[in-house]
Design a protein around this ligand. Structure first.
Ligand code: CLF
Ligand code: SF4
Length: 496
């Protein structure tokens, strides 16, 4: 737990030491990908919308450095069959494959949420994302939302759905003050959709083929329109499936924008025969990171893109990318007495101050990069456990956040997974080799600390690891690094 979350007291002290900085918002940075999930926070979305996203780690890149979400797995059934899903595994729409540890009743979900809230002041959102479809389990979903709203009114509620049953539940969603909704929309064309879905069920009747696809798409679009009209903040997820919908997603993105969704999340298909899915067993592969990036670039200028999705489990808990769900279960019990609402408010006050400081640092970094960065983008991998800082040892990283830096600024463009290299004080060579592969194309790794051996091994693979900027803001560190490199190049040129 200590590794995943900045303790409140520590975070507050860190903030106090930086009180001399003022909370000046940074100017919006241009982004080649057309705006990335409210990358700059309060400056790149209208004020009313910012209030709705500023503590949602999926809807705001900035929020994802600070705030945690948790999923409660109260929705086991599904009303459609996606070719990338096996019922024994998490909903691929909103999770990475992996069996949900346990399914919960609404009552169990309430207890688990209270237990997490008591230990995690960063908790800001509770979502229902499977393992089936939230609205194919409407009674359990809504009872869970009611229970959580009654106990934790300051925590937001979020649902994920395939959209088949959405229109009929819009009023119920609104009535329960569920403000954020994700709809998975993989295609607009029924011929393409028919290659993605096996069947759908409506009123106990099963449909298949293009007919099923047409019904599903009509309902998804109707639901999306109704959700937007009802004032919900809608995110659309699309699974990128090479050879099936890769060329089509530009059209989907344009429609997502036209229909008024806030965000479009293009996620890579996760396909593995071991998961027992239709795609996994039929050899349908997922996209490479380059293919995903190419599609994201191709939709540039359309709907705002989410670039920091972790395709999390249907029972995930914690900051995105740092799941601590295994620490909580059905048996987790909230403490007898806990003033966790006050702790959440104190943490939110800290984050408000910290984000102000961070925006100011980002603005200074962007100005510095205009002077020092080259024209081409530099890809930098960062070890972080949150707060937008370089605050994790290389050997403790389970993922690297990937940033691109050029004259227009520093942008989060994704993440790459790895495993803990450091195993009880010793490094695992096999893990290091896999990590080097995962860092393909990365120029520099920024971390809080690294040992001499792994540093040398990475250097031999052409990857520089820098730990001089430990605990600095990521943007500040990147700007200082590139400025130092530019100064070195100038000195070398002078000598030559
Ligand atoms: Fe959960 Fe989804 Fe709500 Fe977030 S996840 S229901 S919107 S609270 Fe987030 Fe996870 Fe990606 Fe989903 S990182 S899979 S987008
Ligand atoms: Fe699986 Fe989710 Fe698709 Fe249902 S909607 S089949 S649970 S991926």
């Amino acid at each position: 737990m200590e590794d995943t979350i900045v303790p409140l007291a520590q975070a507050t002290n860190a903030s106090a030491s930086r009180e001399r900085l003022t909370a000046t918002p940074a100017p919006a940075r241009p982004c080649r990908l057309g705006g990335c999930a409210s990358a700059d926070g309060s400056t790149d979305v209208p004020a009313a919308l910012w209030e709705k996203v500023k503590r949602h780690p999926c809807y705001s890149v900035e929020a994802h450095h600070f705030f945690a979400r948790m999923h409660v797995a109260v929705a086991p059934r599904c009303n459609i069959q996606c070719h990338y899903c096996n019922r024994k595994f998490d909903c691929t729409n909103e999770s990475r494959p992996g069996v949900v540890s346990e399914r919960l009743t609404p009552e169990e979900a309430e207890r688990k949420v209270l237990a997490v809230a008591a230990r995690m002041p960063q908790l800001s959102v509770v979502g229902i994302a499977g393992p089936g479809d939230a609205l194919a389990n409407a009674a359990a979903t809504f009872e869970t939302c009611e229970r959580i709203a009654a106990r934790l009114p300051d925590v937001s509620l979020c649902l994920s759905t395939n959209g088949l049953a959405l229109s009929e539940h819009i009023d119920a969603i609104k009535a329960r003050n569920i403000g954020h909704l994700t709809i998975t929309l993989n295609a607009l064309d029924p011929q393409i959709a028919a290659q993605i879905y096996g069947w759908i069920v409506i009123d106990r009747k099963r449909y298949a083929g293009v007919d099923a696809a047409r019904i599903l798409l009509d309902r998804q679009i109707d639901g999306l329109k109704a959700a937007v009209a009802a004032g919900l903040l809608v995110k659309v997820n699309s699974v990128l499936i090479p050879g099936i919908n890769d060329r089509h997603l530009r059209e989907v993105n344009a429609e997502v924008r036209r229909l008024g969704a806030f965000l479009h999340n293009i996620m890579p298909l996760i396909s593995d025969p071991a998961h027992g899915t239709y795609f996994g067993l039929s050899g349908q592969r997922g996209p490479t990171p380059e293919e995903l990036r190419a599609v994201q670039e191709a939709v540039s200028g359309g709907a705002r893109l989410m670039m920091h999705c972790r395709q999390c489990r249907a029972d995930a808990v914690g900051l995105l990318g740092d799941d601590c769900g295994s620490e909580f279960g059905r048996a987790s019990a909230p403490p007898a007495a806990s003033d966790d609402r006050a702790a959440r408010q104190a943490y939110r006050d800290f984050v408000d101050r910290e984000q102000g400081h961070r925006r100011q640092a980002s603005a200074a970094a962007a100005a510095a990069l205009k002077r020092s960065a080259g024209g081409g983008g530099t890809l930098i991998a960062v070890c972080t456990k949150g707060s937008g800082r370089i605050n994790q040892h290389f050997g403790h990283a389970k993922e690297f956040q990937i940033f691109e830096a050029d004259r227009s600024g520093v942008r989060l463009i994704g993440h790459r997974r790895t495993q803990h290299y450091c195993q009880g004080g010793d490094g695992d060579d096999e893990v290091l080799e896999r990590t080097i592969k995962a860092l393909d194309g990365i120029t520099v790794v920024l971390c809080a600390r690294i040992g001499a051996c792994p540093k040398a091994r990475l250097a031999a693979a052409g990857i520089r690891v820098v730990d001089e900027y430990a605990f600095e803001y990521i943007e500040t560190a990147v700007a200082r690094l590139l400025a130092a490199d530019a100064a070195t190049r100038r000195s070398v040129a002078d000598i030559a």
